[in-house]
Design a protein around this ligand. Sequence first.
Ligand SMILES: C[S@@+](CC[C@H](N)C(=O)[O-])C[C@H]1O[C@@H](n2cnc3c(N)ncnc32)[C@H](O)[C@@H]1O
Ligand code: SF4
Length: 377
Amino acid sequence: MGKLPPLSLYIHIPWCVQKCPYCDFNSHALKGDVPHEEYVGHLLADLDADAIYTCDREISTIFIGGGTPSLLSAAAMQHLLDGVRLRLPVNATAEITMEANPGTVEADRFRGYQQAGVNRISIGVQSFDAQKLRRLGRIHGPEEARRAAQLAAGLGLRSFNLDLMHGLPDQRLEHALDDLRQAVALRPPHLSWYQLTIEPNTLFGSHPPILPDDDALWDIYQQGNALLAAAGYRQYETSAYAQPGFECRHNLNYWRFGDYLGIGCGAHGKLTQADGVVLRTVKVRHPRGYMQGNYLDKRYGVEAADLPFEFFMNRFRLLEPTPRHEYADFTGLDESGVRDALDRALAGGYITESQTEWRITEKGKLFLNPLLELFMD
Ligand SMILES: C[S@@+](CC[C@H](N)C(=O)[O-])C[C@H]1O[C@@H](n2cnc3c(N)ncnc32)[C@H](O)[C@@H]1O
Ligand code: SF4
């Protein structure tokens, strides 16, 4: 194995004030107080065990997700990031993102997070419509969302993101576009715009709300895309939009098939070893088990035969072209092993190929599953 892919770190905070009815993330309604310092102690012990496998490789991005990381105290965040920097070399210009729920935002605490090293905040706005927010079981109204965005903008962070969802119960095109207009007015450098999905193990899964039909969803998507493009946001993944240069570096590393450590309840990790073996880790999901000190649920090597599919599955989510050399750089495999599959993808009109890169075509985007199946053997 020659060059190893860039290495990121994901840190999971598993608690929320209450559980939203659409959400199947590993998040648990908080009963009592957040065990701030105790949990940070476990996160760092979990990291100790993983750090052995990294051979001192540098961390290029950190993402603190949840759950609701903004429930953590500023002091706990400082201990956490100090502890990470003590254990691993973190690049001086690393992007360090944390997710925040507008219902848990407070100016002093945000300044504390920034002091601890956080330089990008991702705010879960979802909608600016008070009635829709209630329907989504959110703990905040539109005003708190606006205040959180203004606070993030005023801190002079490297960037901030707003999460919005569309295709909401009873949502009409005009409502969805109005949400986008209000978001754009706050000038976030990055916008995530997700279509609401109904997940099986959620309250919406067992009591499905009435959602806009497929035609209405298509109109929302098309017109929303046009609105965002006109406002200067470039789409670079199915749900991710950014002003030029403000793409989320952490997520880009996932989609380019980079490496990442994952610490905290239920976190996933992927780490390429010097011998080319790709190790995957899954951590214990429930806070109760995790906080007894049993962190690792599974660690296993990915079969080399599965790597081509995994590489292209991630890579073709991105709208940017794929540099051909990255196939060998990120999987350790030679391109000749997927030559047949590539030729079939070219013949089928799913991709184009030049000396240096592959590009997914409009047909490839629409028929992603048949395209990816070509890489499954
Ligand atoms: C882990 S949550 C974000 C942070 C924080 N917990 C919050 O909700 O404010 C990540 C984002 O995923 C999106 N999301 C969650 N469940 C979804 C679903 N079922 N369909 C579409 N988007 C979803 C939401 O926009 C949410 O903000
Ligand atoms: S606050 Fe965020 S992580 Fe928590 S339940 Fe709601 S969407 Fe899920």
